[in-house]
Design a protein around this ligand. Structure first.
Ligand code: ATP
Ligand code: MG
Length: 461
């Protein structure tokens, strides 16, 4: 007992979590997470595994979130059963993953991720490979529960909850870190970031989302190690970026990424954009809106989000092409392709998002063409809603005239006669356009209701 206490104090004084081989058992009176708070699927999974003689605990984000009084996003279970043994016990389950094999168990709409205890140290050749930068390529060597705790990223993520006893097993001092709201890496920060640079992103995301402070030795190396993020495969980076952007705290996350110097290189899109005032305002607004929607349980489309994040790059490339004498439409196509191909290399934006993004961008041009039948065709576009919401953001950030936004707000809901009038009266609006078109429209007898702006944004979702 005394040894354990001294070891813990010593460990903490050095500011580094080193796991003990036997865990501290935290009773429900201290951690206050009752069995009933655990999802029924996660309970069913742990019960079934335990009934068949295996160890099984809820682990990771769910335990951490519950202890912090938050609602978990999903549930992870850790067990000493192999993926095949887990799979054999649940009819609705499948083994997934290569780098990290685990089992998805489905109950109704819920999926619980079940992983077998992993070891930290290389056990068998090929089970635990690192590349030349020290990055872990595979992580499939099974191990004890204590080893499993040690290979996790942060102490608050290495707490094991047993729904049967309502006890939490703590190998790394995570319970204390939850209580003091500290995010602390397990082991040596530099080494852990080298093994998997994505942990730096996770640190930023979890700290922002859960309002934790990053402990000094966990934080310190991030600034200097940002560049190793380039060794992470683009698809994995995209996945992590998406998690970060859809965390409900994207603005805070991006602010922290900037203050950690992680946005350079890591987020090619943000390098340029955030450094110009109009771009920064637009991105800030986009992230704010995204966060509001997520926290209000509304859906967010990744295509829209990435279209917004990259918009100012598209704008710059579009303007440059137009200045070279390329007509607007082909210039826009060139710009979109250029921007997407650069991003494809660095961030592997999946193809389906790419086509949504292009459609939203093209609509920005089309929304400005308000003559003849064009506005009607724009309304029929499948992505009209997204394109229009995007336009409103541009209006709010000061990039386009609010007259254009108000016109579309009104036009989309107006009865046919009013629509025709809105189109016809466009030429009668602001002085410049009126002068240019006067000759053509003389005698139309319409003195233009279009310049009375309609009240603001829609209620849309
Ligand atoms: P959330 O689900 O809220 O995003 P989480 O911590 O549950 O957060 P997951 O990606 O679901 O994140 O991972 C589950 C657990 O797996 C983590 O809590 C952590 O213990 C472990 N883990 C995830 N990613 C890593 C990593 N890169 N290195 C080490 N351990 C990790
Ligand atoms: Mg999780």
């Amino acid at each position: 007992m005394i040894r354990k206490f001294i070891e813990k104090v010593f460990t903490r004084n050095r500011g580094r979590a080193r796991p003990a081989s036997s865990p501290e058992v935290i009773p429900v009176t201290r951690h206050r997470v009752a069995r009933a708070q655990i999802s029924s699927c996660a309970r069913r999974v742990t019960e079934t595994l335990q009934k068949h003689g295996y160890k099984a605990y809820v682990v990771g984000g769910a335990v951490r979130d519950l202890m912090l009084d938050r609602k978990p996003k999903d549930y992870d279970v850790a067990t000493d059963a192999t993926p095949e043994q887990v799979h054999a016990l649940f009819r609705r389950s499948r083994i997934i993953g290569r780098r990290f094999r685990l089992v998805h168990v489905m109950c109704g709409p819920e999926t619980v991720e079940v992983s077998t205890f992993r070891a930290m140290q290389a056990v068998g050749e090929g089970d635990h490979l690192k590349d030349e930068h020290g990055r872990m390529l595979r992580d499939n060597a099974f191990g004890s529960q204590a080893e499993d705790a040690m290979r996790r990223d942060f102490t608050v993520n290495a707490l094991y909850y047993d729904p049967a006893t309502e006890e939490v097993l703590d190998y790394c001092g995570g319970a204390h870190d939850v209580e003091t709201r500290t995010l602390r890496i397990i082991g040596d920060a530099r080494e852990r970031y080298r093994e998997d640079p994505v942990r730096m992103l996770r640190a930023v995301r979890l700290a922002a989302k859960l309002d934790l402070s990053i402990e000094a030795q966990t934080q310190e190396p991030i600034r200097e190690m940002g560049s190793i993020m380039q060794h992470v495969p683009a698809a994995r980076l995209f996945e992590e970026m998406l998690k970060l952007l859809l965390s409900g705290h994207s603005l805070e996350c991006v602010k922290r990424l900037r203050s950690e110097g992680l946005h350079h290189g890591l987020l090619p899109m943000l390098d340029v954009i955030l450094e110009q005032p109009l771009g920064e305002r637009f991105v800030t607004l986009t992230l704010q809106r995204t966060d509001e929607r997520i926290l209000g349980d509304k859906g967010v489309s990744p295509g829209f989000l990435f279209a917004a994040l990259l918009w100012h790059e598209v704008l710059a490339a579009w303007n440059a092409a137009k200045e070279r004498g390329v007509p607007p439409v082909p210039a826009l196509h060139q710009a979109m392709d250029d921007v997407l191909s650069v991003q494809a290399e660095k961030l592997a934006i999946p193809r389906r998002f790419g086509s949504d993004m292009k459609e939203i961008w093209q609509l920005q041009w089309r929304l400005e063409q308000r003559t003849g039948k064009r506005p009607y065709r724009v309304l029929e576009s499948e992505k009209f809603r997204a394109g229009y919401d995007f336009l409103l953001l541009r209006g709010e950030s000061g990039e386009v005239d609010n007259e254009l936004c108000d016109w579309w707000t009104r036009f989309q809901h107006a009865p046919e006669a009013e629509r025709a009038e809105m189109i016809a009266s466009l030429g009668k609006g602001p002085a410049k356009r009126r002068r240019r078109r006067r000759g053509k429209r003389e005698g139309s007898g319409n003195d233009g209701g279009a310049d009375a702006p309609q009240p603001g944004p829609t209620d849309g979702d």
